[in-house]
Design a protein around this ligand. Structure first.
Ligand SMILES: Cc1cc2nc3c(=O)[nH]c(=O)nc-3n(C[C@H](O)[C@H](O)[C@H](O)COP(=O)(O)OP(=O)(O)OC[C@H]3O[C@@H](n4cnc5c(N)ncnc54)[C@H](O)[C@@H]3O)c2cc1C
Length: 400
């Protein structure tokens, strides 16, 4: 696919825009699209090469378009309050509806498949059962599978006979896709340029606006929306400890080895697996068993996580020949927040470039998707744009 608006220019010089979006992952590209539809001139800048192979987590994820957040509904209701949990679940439903309106279902890589939250232990069983009850009370469609369920899914049958899950909460209307294809599709709707291989190195006040210094020039704008997710502390150091970089890893098992009809999420989301459109099974997670080592910005696979992923796949899917059947292994860096909710905020202090301690009206951040950005960022970036331009409060503030 040729994407003419991905621009690699050796010397940008001084450019102008209403808004500069920093980072061209799912969040930045969605934000640029929302801004463009508000009639603004936009320039997106990306330090990597998105048009070719992808750069950040958006091009390296498992592609679950799953309702909800990192926590199950019962835990989210306990942590954030029932109303906020419900609002979050609705937001992710709107995220998927929005992506479907943009046309993701026309991509060959997109599947309409349920997400199945497996209870492999008694404690998780209780949390998922409570989630089901609360979700029904709050008007959400959700189903329950147990070992005797005839789910029409050979993996479920295999799981049920081999290592019977104690039960599973099913989101019947979810989907799954491939992040690279979604990015390309969304970007094809942009009339604004996405400047590739342009790293933003500094943001400073400039009259009533902002000057954004990039690798080969500068862009002067009224607003900046920072959509760099895990990488935000590298540009705006005040975000250190607010958005933490954590490494996620995956492996792929060649088509024909296993057959799945759903996307699976297990051990409170610590592990997840699904079958892609071409029959490949992707398995990810196991970070939590090595939590202290799987942090930072180094994008690499590690033997300890990959070994655990193989063991997990063996346990839940069945035997396979790792040396023959595993076709790919990869990693990506995710941005985690302490409260596991995304953040939309004005940047502050030195982050907002010499605005003292006041939060800037000009420089905003949207991100911290805690491993769920495909399921949230299209909609959360829309809320960020509404808050930045029109002051419509989103309720995704910094953790208190
Ligand atoms: C292995 C793995 C599996 C995952 N699975 C799922 C899943 O199944 N479902 C789901 O919903 N989510 C999943 N996620 C999480 C999801 O991929 C992320 O939450 C989402 O992609 C974040 O999007 P983003 O646009 O905010 O950040 P990113 O995609 O990381 O994009 C940020 C961009 O900013 C650029 N950048 C950084 N600094 C600068 C700078 N100074 N100047 C210019 N550009 C800069 C980076 O190069 C990058 O391209 C997974 C993540 C991983 C790693």
């Amino acid at each position: 696919m040729t994407i003419s608006h991905w621009q690699r220019t050796t010397r940008l010089g001084t450019l102008h825009a209403d808004v500069v979006v920093i980072g061209a992952g799912i969040c930045g590209i969605s934000a640029a699209l929302h801004l463009q539809r508000c009639g603004l001139t936009v320039r997106a800048v990306e330090r990597g090469v998105i048009g070719g192979v992808g750069s950040g987590a958006s091009a390296r994820n498992a592609g679950f378009l799953m309702r909800g957040c990192a926590d199950n509904y019962a835990d989210a209701a306990k942590q954030y309050g029932r109303a906020k949990a419900a609002a979050l679940w609705r937001l992710t439903e709107r995220n998927l509806e929005g992506l479907r309106r943009e046309g993701i279902d026309s991509l060959s890589v997109t599947q309409r498949v349920p997400s199945v939250l497996l209870a492999l232990g008694e404690d998780e069983l209780a949390r998922l059962r409570e989630s089901l009850t609360l979700m029904h009370e709050d008007g959400f469609a959700a189903d329950w599978w147990d070992a005797s369920t005839n789910a029409g899914d050979s993996t479920w049958k295999q799981l049920a006979s081999k290592h019977p899950p104690l039960g599973a909460l099913v989101n019947p209307h979810d989907g799954a896709t491939n992040g690279v294809h979604v990015l390309r599709m969304l970007a094809s709707k942009l009339s604004c340029p996405v400047h590739e291989q342009q790293e933003v190195v500094a943001i400073e006040e400039h009259g009533t606006g902002v000057r954004v210094h990039v690798t080969d020039g500068e862009i002067i704008a009224r607003h900046v929306l920072v959509c760099t997710n895990a990488y935000v502390p590298l540009l705006l150091p005040g975000f250190a400890g607010v958005v933490d970089p954590k490494r996620g890893q995956m492996l792929a098992i060649r088509p024909g080895v296993f057959q799945l009809g759903a996307s699976y999420y297990a051990n409170y989301g610590s592990e997840y697996f699904r079958q892609t459109w071409d029959g490949t099974v992707v398995v990810g997670g196991c970070r939590t068993y090595h939590a202290e080592r799987e942090v930072g910005y180094e994008d690499r696979v590690t033997p300890w996580v990959q070994r655990d992923l193989e063991k997990f796949a063996n346990r839940v899917l069945g035997e396979f020949d790792a040396s023959h059947d595993i076709t790919a292994r990869w990693s990506g860096v995710m941005g985690f927040t302490q409260h596991h909710l995304p953040i939309i905020t004005r940047c502050w202090g030195e982050n907002a470039a010499a605005t003292g301690n006041d939060k800037s009206e000009k420089v905003w951040f949207c991100g911290g998707f805690t491993g769920h950005g495909m399921s949230m960022a299209y909609e959360v970036s829309r809320l960020a744009v509404a808050e930045m331009l029109d002051g419509v409060e989103s309720s995704f503030d910094l953790p208190s």
